[in-house]
Write a protein that binds this ligand. Structure first.
Ligand code: ADP
Ligand code: NA
Ligand code: MG
Length: 385
């Protein structure tokens, strides 16, 4: 298919699913991440992967020596060295390091989006405690306090409900060691997401608008397509594509959005990589987000993003560190749901325990989506998505 080799910064589950897609195209992938048994390294175990930090410039340079195209499965990488390597013309980098850098800082990202007339909720920088008072005066309670950088799975967010919580909030966000900003609390009716893919030649396509439900800030459920009217759906797709057009580079981008009661849509944030809300595309779409990401960065023809089933759902199963057997039993039981697929990530630990989840079958029955055929991707994911 293609003799080029792809280097991926990050070896988590998104990397693992990228490798799965690349394998079918017989495209070689080399992973850079610290654990020798990182989820993505387990798939092409015959490959010589690199054991090291995806923030380490020397390791990233080493990766570039044996690869033709570099990409990321996590945005918290070292963008300076990626920029340097790109300018040295020894490797192609997608998406562009400037895009990754912009997105790494949620505040800069919001400034960029609002400058480009993409609707976002009101936000304000919080360099000191005094600025927090200004934000509270402006937005009232509750208020979303966020770390500008290094945030994922809600780590870095604090929902500030009252004055009593201020010192706790600041403490838990590191007392300004990581810079902060605040957002107006949004009482959305639904959270939506659109995966947009852009080929290196500029061609753009998007996947169906999906509905996402987060539990404790972590993606819990995805319903595809979103159960919303066609006009809203078109609008969401439009905003997502416009937002991605303001960014440079090829690849798949996950655009997270808030849908308000009155039909207003705000962009929450953009991920410059495959996204947890797009896992369902593996089984439910003609081409998965992972395969299309590979096609994008290698400048190969894009695959269709259409659903091949009427509706699909993805449930994110989080492992319980004190009872892995229970987690696995719930996954095994869900195999009896027609059309269900399980993806286990091969992670070694659970970084965060969530309250016990209902069995997948029960969750599916509990919401009234008229599935003619349902696909469940149960993703056991103790840490980042
Ligand atoms: P992460 O980087 O962890 O994905 P997000 O900023 O996307 O962090 O926030 C995680 C979740 O918190 C969102 O999916 C949404 O459910 C909720 N959230 C974030 N910002 C707001 C806001 N301004 N108003 C209401 N809910 C929010
Ligand atoms: Na190279
Ligand atoms: Mg998010």
């Amino acid at each position: 298919m293609d003799s080029r080799t792809i280097g991926v910064l990050g070896g988590g589950q998104l990397g693992r699913m990228l490798v799965e897609a690349a394998s079918r195209l017989n495209i070689k992938v080399i992973i850079l991440d610290t654990p020798p048994n990182a989820p993505a390294k387990q798939i092409q175990a015959t490959q010589t992967h690199i054991h090291g930090d995806f923030k380490d410039p020397y390791k990233i340079r080493e990766l570039s020596k044996t690869t033709d195209v570099l990409t990321v499965e996590i945005e918290h990488v070292n963008t300076e060295i990626l920029e340097t390597l790109m300018n040295e013309n020894t490797v192609v980098v997608h998406p562009s390091p400037s895009t990754i850098k912009l997105i790494q800082d949620k505040y800069t990202q919001k400034i960029h989006l609002s400058k480009n007339k993409i609707p976002v909720v009101d936000f304000i920088e919080i360099p000191t405690k005094d600025d927090l008072s200004i934000a509270i005066e402006k937005f009232g309670y509750p208020l979303m306090l966020k770390s500008k950088t290094l945030a994922y799975d809600g780590r870095g967010n604090y929902l500030l409900r009252s004055e009593d919580e201020i010192s706790n909030a600041l403490e838990s966000l590191g007392n300004f060691k990581i810079p902060l900003y605040a957002e107006r609390w949004t009482s959305f009716t639904k959270e939506l997401a659109v995966m947009v893919v852009r080929r290196a030649n500029g061609e753009i396509k998007s996947y169906p608008v999906v509905e996402t439900v987060q539990k404790e800030n972590i993606c819990h459920l995805v319903i595809a397509p979103a159960q919303i009217n066609g006009v809203i759906s078109e609008k969401a797709k439009d905003i997502a594509e416009k937002a991605v057009l303001t960014l440079e580079g090829a690849g798949v981008f996950g655009v997270e959005m808030f849908l308000m009661n009155d039909g207003h849509i705000y962009v929450n944030e953009i991920a410059p990589r495959p996204h947890n809300s797009g896992h369902y595309t593996i089984e439910a779409c003609e081409t998965s987000q992972y395969e299309n990401h590979i096609r994008c960065i290698l400048d190969l023809p894009l695959g269709s993003t259409a659903l091949k089933v009427p509706a699909a759902a993805m449930i994110n199963v989080l492992g319980k560190s004190n009872d892995l057997q229970e987690t696995l039993r719930s996954c095994a039981e869900s195999l009896s749901i027609p059309g269900a697929t399980i993806h286990l990530y091969g992670k070694q630990d659970c970084k965060k325990d969530l309250p016990t989840m209902k069995p997948c079958a029960e969750i599916l029955k509990s919401f009234d989506v008229p599935f003619e055929l349902s696909i469940v991707s149960a993703h056991r994911t103790p840490n980042r998505m």
